[in-house]
Design a protein around this ligand. Structure first.
Ligand code: ATP
Ligand code: MG
Length: 275
């Protein structure tokens, strides 16, 4: 582990584990603040894509900080063996997934969370960064309950108007244009955010199957339905926003900025009529 990290922070218990990194709670005695340190061992990164992930994460977080809904980075330490990214501390073992699993939210609760998520996504897009792996597991909450988007390992810069390519993301949340191997733009994050909204309000994903292949087929078909039994209490306005976000054609899909101006978001989930 990096000496420089140990010189500045006291390390405590493990609070999370990802593909490459282990996350620990740590404490800075000068500022009297607790943080999270994600320590990534370079020997676990076997190919150039993995190494790219590592660079992406600290670069994107540094470029985007501070924003109230994006995990705030405090320090980066690197030596020949590891990279340590120190960020603000969020509630350990509690992601948006824990909030929404088997537990549909009301329009009011969902609208407040979606507003924060869309604020983060539209800010990234304004600065030319696509997150490319928006999913509930990558959304944390600080001790006051504020929503924080994290895990920028798959993020990519498109700021010069360039299209992106490459398969990234997670089966249930990935946009169809990614799966079809086409060039795509930042609207893939709007699709994933729309899928999150659907799960928030219903407790089930819009596209599912018994295997990844079946899920991919369902995503590509993109047949968005709102089964009456499950969506009985969900307002027409919320459904209108989901249709506009989970729209197969990226050129007709609304942007994160436009979604923030949708009546359902502006009214905090109170607008029930069609927009
Ligand atoms: P993967 O790519 O497998 O999702 P990763 O290596 O990118 O993982 P993260 O998703 O950033 O790692 O972190 C892994 C887990 O550690 C998170 O799901 C979360 O539970 C926890 N965690 C990460 N950062 C923090 C933080 N700042 N505060 C509290 N918990 C955190
Ligand atoms: Mg993650």
């Amino acid at each position: 582990m990096c000496e420089a990290l140990k010189n500045s922070y006291e390390l405590f218990e493990e609070i999370g584990r990802g593909k490459f990194g282990t996350v620990f709670r740590c404490y800075n005695s000068i500022t009297n603040k607790s943080h999270a340190a994600k320590i990534i061992h370079k020997h676990l990164l076997t190919d150039s894509t993995d190494r790219m992930c590592l660079e992406n994460e600290s670069k994107s977080l540094t470029y985007l900080s501070p924003h109230p809904n994006i995990l705030q980075i405090s320090d980066v330490f690197e030596d020949s063996e590891s990279l340590s990214i120190v960020t603000e501390l969020c509630q350990p073992n509690f992601t948006l997934l824990d909030h929404i699993t088997n537990h549909p939210l009301s329009d009011l609760q969902a609208a407040s969370m979606m507003k924060n998520l869309l604020e983060a996504v539209s800010y990234c897009h304004k600065l030319g960064i696509a997150h490319r792996d928006i999913k509930p597991e990558n959304i944390l909450f600080d001790s006051w309950g504020n929503l924080k988007v994290c895990d920028f390992g798959s993020a990519e810069w498109f700021g010069d108007g360039r299209n992106m390519n490459g398969i990234v993301g997670t089966p249930c949340y990935v946009a169809p244009e990614v799966l079809l191997g086409r060039e795509y733009n930042e609207k893939i994050d709007v699709w994933s955010s729309g899928v999150i909204m659907y799960i928030m309000l219903s407790g089930i994903p819009p596209f599912y199957g018994d295997s990844d292949t079946q899920i991919f087929e369902a995503v590509i078909r993109g047949n968005l339905r709102f089964p009456t039994k499950i969506f009985n209490n969900v307002s027409p306005s919320a459904k209108d926003l989901m249709k506009k976000m989970i729209c197969r054609d990226p050129s007709r899909r609304i942007s994160a900025e436009q979604a923030l101006r949708h009546p359902w978001i502006l009214s905090g989930g109170l607008a029930s009529d069609l927009a």
